[in-house]
Ligand binder design. Structure first.
Ligand code: GTP
Ligand code: MG
Length: 439
């Protein structure tokens, strides 16, 4: 898997730091070498690697820990923050609204497959997608897209006999009027070339898409930079989808190369199946890589503050469904609930009363919960008590889940809110990033 080496190097470095009384220059040098080695093995550009580790070292030596954080926690926080920045920073939200999307990229990058993945993504969130087959260059491109459309019940507009992709786009658009999401496939080439760029510019003018997405395979490494610059210049890309992330240890090169051009990675493809598409979020990605669950002492502290924050939210009536979702998601990454519960003062007895088994929620169910929450209005997310009868029906339909699944999520949320109300907030406070490792 991508950046596996970085993950284990980071975990090792964090453990080393956690085991020391104080982080001095020597420890910092050692950590920075571990990170450098891992990033270079992940195919990240040498200069970027050295800039990054220099920034980490400089900050660790210069900045005073903010109150509430120990020096060790502060250093770990810096590593985390700098790595998140390195991979493009905080994720921008993906709006679930009617849009036109143009996909572009070189041969075999995964454009056609990704058309299907995106259509499925939006369809699962209650929108009506269609596909336009504008690759008139590669033989049987139309048939491939039709086959993908059939798998997910999404119509495909195109003409296998037409050689001019511009005409296909114009005709397709006429038929696509009734659809919320219009996704256009386009043709690739084996290298960046003027003919392909001209074609994409023309298709862009006809479609006038809100999203102009460059599709690149993760094993492209540092070459991702040149590609994203060229397409950026031609049509001003709004995002990147990095495919084949599951099959490479070198994805770091492509991810960081994109970050240098300001091209945001929006999704990652993690397999050939149409379901294998995930939103990319540098914060979550790095949290997972650091594997915070391993660092017991820090996690322990994070739990306390997390519990405190949760309690504050509940008392002030601000504990939303999103908070609940994040909680179970985080709990899952941390080992068993009973273990976590032991670390939180006042939680151990209550832990037993928690509804169902939070820790055992399967990945599939988590995905469904995500779709369900995404299909709610902001008002409903803030105040889930509003969700009754016809709203449940609408949300079920919008998310592609059953009404009983919507009810199940609501029930779990309500029960946990009730139980959480009884948590005694911890004594120590800790600001900053730890909160996301807490509950
Ligand atoms: N493992 C893996 N394979 C993928 C992923 N995305 C696409 N593929 C595979 O990559 C190959 C090429 O994908 P296509 O979608 O045909 O690529 P394309 O960019 O449309 O290619 P051209 O039309 O030839 O330019 C196919 O075998 C896909 O199944 C991914 O995220 N992971
Ligand atoms: Mg294709």
């Amino acid at each position: 898997m991508v950046l596996e080496k970085l993950g284990s190097a980071l975990k090792g470095a964090m453990r080393k730091i956690a085991g020391r009384g104080f982080v001095d220059r020597e420890v910092l040098e050692e950590m920075s070498r571990d990170i450098q080695r891992a990033l270079l093995q992940s195919d990240v550009n040498v200069k970027l690697v050295f800039d990054l580790t220099k920034r980490i070292k400089d900050r660790a030596l210069d900045e005073k820990p903010p109150s509430g954080l120990t020096q060790k926690e502060h250093v770990i926080n810096i590593v985390y923050e700098e790595l998140v920045k390195f991979l493009g920073g905080k994720a921008s939200g993906i709006e679930i609204k009617p849009s036109r999307i143009l996909l572009m990229g070189l041969f075999g990058s995964g454009k056609t497959t990704t058309c299907g993945k995106l259509a499925l993504f939006y369809r699962n969130r209650g929108l009506k997608p269609c596909l336009i087959a504008c690759d008139t260059y590669r033989p049987a491109a139309y048939e491939q897209l039709v086959q993908i459309g059939e798998q997910i019940g999404v119509p495909v507009f195109g003409d296998p006999k037409e050689k001019d992709s511009r005409k296909v786009m114009k005709e397709g658009l006429k038929k696509a009027q009734k659809f919320d999401i219009i996704i256009a496939d386009s043709s690739g080439r084996d290298a960046l070339n003027p003919e392909m760029i001209k074609e994409i510019e023309d298709l862009n003018k006809i479609l006038e898409p809100e999203e102009r997405i460059l599709v690149m395979p993760a094993d492209l490494g540092q070459k991702a930079e040149e590609q994203s610059r060229s397409f950026q210049k031609a049509v001003g890309i709004t995002g990147v989808i990095m495919t084949k992330m599951e099959g490479t240890a070198k994805g770091g090169g492509a991810l960081s190369a994109c970050a240098t051009t300001g091209a945001r990675v929006r999704f990652i493809g993690t397999g050939e199946k149409l379901e294998s598409l995930e939103r990319f979020d540098a914060e979550r990605f790095i949290s997972r890589l650091i594997g915070f669950g391993d660092l017991k002492t820090l996690v322990e502290k994070a739990k306390e503050v997390g519990a405190e924050k949760t309690a504050e939210k509940i008392i002030s009536g601000k504990f939303t469904l999103e908070d609940f979702y994040q909680q179970i998601e985080q709990l899952q990454g941390m080992g068993s609930l009973s273990q976590v519960a032991k670390m939180i003062p006042g939680f151990s007895k209550l832990g037993k009363k928690l509804p169902g088994n939070f820790m055992d929620i399967q990945e599939e169910k988590m995905k469904k919960f995500r779709y369900i929450i995404d299909s709610m209005t902001p008002e409903e997310k803030r105040d889930p008590d509003l969700i009754t009868g016809s709203r449940i029906k609408r949300i079920a339909k919008g998310s592609g889940c059953s009404e009983s699944e919507v009810r199940e999520l609501l029930k779990m949320y309500k029960q946990s809110k009730k139980v959480m109300k009884k948590i005694k907030p911890g004594r120590r406070g800790m600001p900053g990033f730890m909160k996301q490792f807490g509950i």
